[in-house]
Write a protein that binds this ligand. Structure first.
Ligand code: SF4
Ligand code: SF4
Length: 142
């Protein structure tokens, strides 16, 4: 088996802060218990209040998990137009690892399909294969 990934020469990505991945159609931004704890502390809320205001519950691979909820219209509950992510330092892992997700690095075709919606992909800073593979292996989506 050839262990050399198709992205062995590295890939370019620099976020343009366009906000596309935080807005639009509702989706799932999975959040772990530890990430919830950090945001609860940061926002100074009771945990129950945080869960009610900022999360929704959904099934993922046979398990009930927490995802960030959306504002009416689909923007992430923590996205503010004109400002961006209001919890940037504490954003969930899947936000931090984008676009180096396992399913996007699975093939050049998957990467190119995602790049059509993310203007930061294939431009800007070069990222090495080892770093990207490590992120993909722990992308917050497993
Ligand atoms: S869609 Fe891409 S460029 Fe735009 S905010 Fe998201 S990661 Fe950044
Ligand atoms: S937590 Fe922040 S980075 Fe993640 S989807 Fe929401 S606004 Fe975007």
């Amino acid at each position: 088996m050839n262990a050399t990934p198709w992205y062995a020469e590295g890939l370019r990505f620099s976020c343009t802060q366009c906000g596309k991945c935080c807005t639009g159609e509702p989706g799932f931004t999975w959040i772990s218990e530890a990430e919830i704890d950090a945001l609860v502390l940061h926002l100074g809320l009771e945990r129950a209040e945080f869960l009610k205001r900022y999360t929704k519950t959904a099934w993922r691979e046979g398990e009930q998990r927490k995802s960030l909820s959306e504002k009416p219209g689909g923007d992430c509950v923590f996205f503010k137009r004109g400002i961006g992510c209001t919890v940037y330092g504490l954003r969930p892992k899947q936000c931090k690892t984008w676009p180096f997700w396992g399913r996007l690095l699975a093939s050049k075709t998957d990467w190119e399909a995602a790049a059509r919606d993310c203007p930061g992909m294939d431009r800007g800073a070069m990222h090495d294969a080892e770093t990207m593979s490590a992120m993909a292996a722990d992308d917050g989506l497993a």
